[in-house]
Design a protein around this ligand. Structure first.
Ligand SMILES: NC(=O)c1ccc[n+]([C@@H]2O[C@H](COP(=O)([O-])OP(=O)(O)OC[C@H]3O[C@@H](n4cnc5c(N)ncnc54)[C@H](O)[C@@H]3O)[C@@H](O)[C@H]2O)c1
Length: 372
């Protein structure tokens, strides 16, 4: 198969779908890889390194002209719409339920689009979300180290064990991939770490993954209130139900917190779990509400493109190779977990959330593929 890897064009996005090691795997299986010039530059991979691995470096038009499968990182943006064509396989993060315009383009162009975020594993988890969540949790804690500093309008606490000084309290809500990532770093630095979750199984898992001194609390209102009073940094890592009308932490609750403390909202839902949250960018990451600094960057992994590219590539490459080796139809027929990620199939919308959100007709992926 001919694989095309474009350079990502989203602002502050420096990741690339494929590393030179990944190119070697494709070429070893007899595939051709077309990479847009400078596609890997932001992640530290030169065109030369891709060429040595067997890729052809070319311009964006030829990448799309030659490709049978486009392998990328972010959703399809307006400058890329014109490249969408019938039967083109698109393998990337899509998040179509938040993007009506792109949804229409992918439907009308009759592409076969498989979204990273919807692929499941045998446990019903989302393996292609996990690595970026871990990075976001860890990056969120690294941001907390930065924005606790007085020179960045913080409260002046060093989030590390210092002889003779009480450690800072880092409270983390949500013991999933992001929460565990944040807790791993926060505890390793010698902070007092409290992690809350409503799922006892997640807390049980955390018990085995995190050091003994990390406190594991059931997330109810009274534990949350106590935690808010004690926290120097609160890191929100929960998966918030977007249909929920209320919040977990209301504006008034911020008055319970110590003045000058910091909220890092990794989950990043506008007025979601945290009423006062609104997404920010790496250019302007923080703002103040009720005397509490908020950091709500919605693409934290973008700050660590080299690590993110490697981590994402490790997990997406086996699926991309399966699609290339078998062809999309056979791969989607044989691999029910990959099939969960099928969102668009030759003019049919095969992802329920997007169909419901935009009132578009939904087709079950099995029906679309003609699987009996
Ligand atoms: N900002 C970024 O750059 C970035 C990057 C990746 C992921 N994320 C976001 O981070 C969030 C977490 O992702 P994840 O992969 O760790 O999710 P996850 O599903 O692995 O974990 C979420 C956890 O939240 C818990 N939870 C739900 N409601 C709760 C409540 N009321 N109180 C306490 N815990 C509760 C769940 O039980 C679960 O353990 C998601 O919203 C994801 O979109 C953000």
């Amino acid at each position: 198969m001919r694989i095309g890897v474009p350079k990502e064009i989203k602002k502050n996005e420096y990741r690339v779908a494929l590393t030179p090691r990944g190119v070697e795997e494709f070429t070893a299986s007899g595939h051709d890889v077309f990479i847009e010039k400078d596609a890997g530059k932001g992640s530290g991979y030169s065109d030369e390194s891709y060429k040595e691995a067997g890729a052809i470096i070319t311009d964006i038009d030829e990448v799309y002209e030659k490709a049978e499968m486009i392998y990328k990182v972010k959703e399809i943006l307006p400058p890329e719409y014109a490249y969408m064509k019938e039967n083109l396989i698109v393998f990337t993060y899509l998040h179509s339920n938040g993007n009506r315009e792109m949804t229409d383009v992918l439907l009308n162009s009759k592409v076969v689009a498989i979204a990273y975020e919807d692929i499941e594993d045998e446990y019903g988890m989302f393996p292609l979300l996990k690595p970026m969540s871990e990075l976001a949790g860890k990056g969120g804690f690294i941001a907390a180290i930065n924005f606790s500093q007085s020179i960045h309008s913080g409260n002046g606490l060093m989030l590390a064990r210092v002889i003779g000084v009480k450690p800072a309290t880092v409270a983390i809500i949500g013991a999933g991939s992001a929460g565990l990532g944040a807790a791993e770093l926060a505890s390793a630095m010698g902070n007092r770490v409290v992690i809350l979750d409503i799922d006892m199984d997640k807390l049980e898992e955390a018990k085995f993954k995190l050091p003994l001194n990390v406190e594991l609390l059931y997330s109810n209102r009274s534990n949350l209130v106590e935690t808010l009073k004690e926290a120097d940094v609160l890191i929100n890592c929960i998966l918030w139900n977007k249909n929920s009308k209320g919040h977990l932490i209301y504006r008034d609750d911020l008055k319970l917190m110590k003045p000058g403390s910091l909220i890092v909202d990794v989950a990043c839902d506008e007025k979601g779990a945290i009423e006062t949250s609104r997404p920010t960018s790496h250019d302007q990451p923080v703002y103040m509400e009720e005397g509490i600094q908020h950091y709500v960057v919605d693409n934290i992994p973008a700050a660590f493109p080299r690590t993110a590219t490697q981590s994402l590539g490790n997990i997406t490459l086996p699926y991309a190779l399966e699609i290339a080796n078998k062809g999309a139809e056979k791969a989607l027929n044989e691999n029910e977990y990959l099939r969960k990620g099928l969102c668009f199939y030759k003019g049919k919308l095969t992802i329920k959330e997007t169909a419901m959100k935009f009132s578009i007709e939904y087709t079950d992926p099995k029906d679309a593929l003609g699987i009996i």
